[in-house]
Design a protein around this ligand. Structure first.
Ligand SMILES: Cc1cc2nc3c(=O)[nH]c(=O)nc-3n(C[C@H](O)[C@H](O)[C@H](O)COP(=O)(O)OP(=O)(O)OC[C@H]3O[C@@H](n4cnc5c(N)ncnc54)[C@H](O)[C@@H]3O)c2cc1C
Ligand code: SF4
Length: 495
C-alpha cells in the first residue's frame, strides 16, 4: 500500500492547464511544457500516495482494460517507475492515448469518490497513468518487443484506430505476421483525424507506430478494403481477418433546409483541420474563421469542434444540446461506482463559447444565395421519455457554419460488408459471437464496428480481447496465452 494516510493528508490536485488566451493561439496540447506527464512529475507521487489500496479496488471495475491501478499507484509512490510501466503495459498497449483522452471511468469508481466532500475526490488515476508512460518514453524504457518466434500464420487487420492497433500489436508480439490496412493516407483512425492536436499531439501516435513497425507490424495506408482489395481476396491471402473499421456512419439531422450550404458533419470538419495542422494543404477547407458557428451535439465530438473553431478564429460559437443541462451531483439512478452523466467542463469549454441546453433545431435558414444565415430553434421539455416543444419559445440564431456532432449510427455498409456478406445487429453494429467471430469463417470484428460508438479504452480492450480469439483460432486448439480483458458483450456497470 502507498501512504496509509495519503488521502487524509494530501488534497486531490489535477494537472494545471495553460492560460486560455495563450492556448487559443496555438494547437499544442493544453498543458504546459513538452508533455503533460512531465509537467505532473512534481506532484504525482503524492497524488499516487492518496490511493488506499482498498482491498476490493472498484477502479478495476471502472476500467475496461482492468488496469492494475493500486499496484502502479504504489510503485509510483515508491519511486519505482520502471516497475510501474511494466505493470501498466501489462494491461494497456497505449497508456499515452488513454492517459490523455480517456474520460476515466476508473476515477468515478474509485472508493474515494463515494463521498467526494469527505475524501476530497478520487485519486487522479489518469494523471498517474500518463506520468508513468511519458516518463517511460523519456527514459528510453519503451522499446520494440519483436517476437522471438514466428508462427508462420498471417493476419490482416482492417482499420488502424485504437482497436486495430492494439490487436495488431498483440498478434505481432504473439509471433504472427500482421498487416494493417487503412483507407486513409495515414494510420491512426480517429486518433489521427478525429481527435484534435490540442487533445493529443500526433507525435505521440507516430512514436507508437514506429515502435510497432520495428516489432514487425506491416502498415498499408491508402488501401480501401472492399474497393482496392476485396474482403474475399483478403480471406484468400491471410489466415485470419480482423475488421476494426470503426463506426463511422454519422447521425444526421434531416430538418428542413438541411441542404443549405454551410452545414457539415463534425467528421467532415475535424479531419480537414487535423490535416492542415499537420502541414497538409486542403483545398476549400471548411473553416470557422470569422463565422458565427453552431455545433449541434453537446458531447465530446462537439467539444472538439468548439476548441477547433476557436483556434481557427471564429466570431462566436454556440453548442446546442437537446437534453436538459445535467446536474453536478450523481442522481439516485447513477450511484457510485457507475459513470454518472453529470455536468462536465472540457478544456474546450474553458476557452469560451455558449452552451445551450434543451434546444431543438426546427429549420436551417438560407440567404438568397443558398448560404446558411441562421437556425430556427425551439426549447423542448423531456417528459415521459419524449421531447415536447415549449410553446412560444422559438428563436432564430445567426450562423454561417453548422457542425453536426450527434454521434454515429454504426459501421458503414458498402463494398466491404456487402462483399463479405456480413450480418448486422439490429442496432447497426457488425454481428459477432462470444469470440468476436462474424458470420463469415475466419473473419473477426473488434472496436466500434462491433460494439457501436464507444471510447478509446474500450477499443483497446476490444483489440486485445479479439487478438486472443484470433490467436486461439490460428493455434488450432492449442490455446492462447494472450489476455482477454473483456467479452464482446461486456458493458459499463449500470443500475
Ligand atoms: C471527434 C471524436 C473525438 C473523440 N474523442 C474521444 C476522446 O477524447 N476519448 C475517447 O475515449 N474516445 C473519443 N472518441 C471515440 C473514439 O475515438 C473511438 O471510440 C475509437 O477511436 C474507436 O476505435 P476503432 O479502432 O474501433 O475505430 P476508429 O478509430 O474509427 O478507426 C477505424 C479505422 O478504420 C478505417 N476503415 C474503415 N473502413 C475501412 C476500409 N474499408 N478499409 C480500410 N480502412 C477502413 C477508418 O478509416 C479508420 O481509420 C472520439 C470520437 C470522435 C469522432
Ligand atoms: S484507461 Fe481510462 S479507465 Fe483505465 S485506468 Fe486509464 S484513465 Fe482509468
Amino acid at each position: 500500500m502507498a501512504d496509509p494516510r495519503g488521502f487524509i493528508t494530501t488534497p486531490r490536485l489535477g494537472a494545471t492547464r495553460r492560460d486560455v488566451e495563450e492556448r487559443r493561439r496555438d494547437w499544442k496540447e493544453v498543458y504546459p511544457g513538452d508533455s503533460i506527464g512531465r509537467s505532473l512529475l512534481p506532484i504525482i507521487s503524492d497524488q499516487a500516495g492518496r490511493c488506499m489500496d482498498c482491498g476490493i479496488p472498484f477502479c478495476h471495475q471502472g476500467c475496461p482494460l482492468g488496469n492494475l491501478i493500486p499496484e502502479w499507484n504504489d510503485l509510483v509512490w515508491r519511486d519505482d517507475w520502471f516497475a510501474a510501466i511494466e505493470r501498466l503495459h501489462a494491461t494497456n498497449n497505449f497508456p499515452e492515448f488513454t492517459g490523455r483522452l480517456c474520460p476515466a471511468p476508473c476515477e468515478t469508481a474509485c472508493v474515494l469518490a463515494i463521498d467526494e466532500k469527505i475524501s476530497g475526490g478520487a485519486v487522479t488515476i489518469k494523471n498517474v497513468e500518463v506520468s508513468i508512460v511519458d516518463k517511460a518514453w523519456d527514459e528510453g524504457w519503451v522499446i520494440p518487443q519483436p517476437p522471438e518466434w514466428l508462427s508462420g500464420r498471417t493476419v490482416a487487420v482492417v482499420g488502424s484506430g485504437p482497436a486495430g492497433l492494439a490487436a495488431a500489436q498483440q498478434l505481432t508480439r504473439a509471433g504472427h505476421t500482421v498487416a494493417v490496412y487503412e483507407r486513409a493516407d495515414r494510420v491512426g483512425g480517429l486518433l489521427r483525424y478525429g481527435i484534435p492536436e490540442f487533445k493529443m499531439e500526433k507525435r505521440f501516435l507516430d512514436r507508437r507506430i514506429e515502435q510497432m513497425s520495428a516489432e514487425g507490424t506491416i502498415f498499408r495506408a491508402g488501401v480501401d478494403i472492399g474497393t482496392d482489395i476485396t474482403g474475399e481476396q483478403l480471406r484468400e491471402r491471410f489466415d485470419a481477418v480482423l475488421l476494426a473499421v470503426g463506426a463511422t456512419s454519422a447521425r444526421d439531422l434531416p430538418a428542413p433546409g438541411r441542404e443549405t450550404r454551410g452545414i457539415y458533419q463534425a467528421m467532415e470538419y475535424l479531419p480537414q483541420s487535423n490535416r492542415v495542422v499537420n502541414g497538409d494543404e486542403v483545398e476549400a477547407q471548411i473553416t470557422a474563421s470569422g463565422k458565427n458557428v453552431v455545433i449541434i451535439g453537446g458531447g465530446d465530438t462537439g467539444a472538439d469542434c468548439l476548441g477547433t473553431a476557436h483556434r481557427q478564429g471564429s466570431k462566436t460559437v454556440t453548442q446546442l444540446e437537446i437534453m436538459p443541462q445535467p446536474g453536478t451531483d450523481r442522481t439516485p439512478t447513477q450511484p457510485w461506482p457507475t459513470y454518472p452523466m453529470t455536468f462536465r467542463v472540457a478544456s474546450a469549454h474553458e476557452e469560451g463559447g455558449d452552451r445551450k441546453y434543451a434546444m431543438s433545431t426546427k429549420e436551417f435558414l438560407a440567404d438568397d444565395d443558398g448560404n446558411l444565415r441562421a437556425l430556427r430553434l425551439v426549447e423542448v421539455e423531456f417528459v415521459g421519455g419524449k421531447f415536447t416543444e415549449v410553446e412560444g419559445s422559438e428563436v432564430e440564431l445567426e450562423a454561417e457554419l453548422v457542425l453536426l456532432a450527434m454521434g454515429f449510427v454504426g459501421p458503414e455498409r458498402g463494398p466491404l460488408t456487402e462483399g463479405l456478406g456480413l450480418e448486422f445487429e439490429p442496432r447497426g453494429a457488425i454481428a459477432r459471437d462470444g469470440d468476436f467471430r462474424t458470420n463469415v469463417p475466419g473473419v473477426y470484428v473488434a472496436g466500434d464496428a462491433g460494439r457501436g460508438q464507444s471510447l478509446i479504452v474500450w477499443a483497446i480492450a476490444e483489440g486485445r480481447a479479439a487478438a486472443a480469439a484470433v490467436d486461439t483460432f490460428l493455434r488450432e486448439g492449442a490455446g492462447s496465452t494472450l489476455p482477454v480483458p473483456i467479452a464482446p458483450t461486456t458493458r459499463p456497470l449500470m443500475v
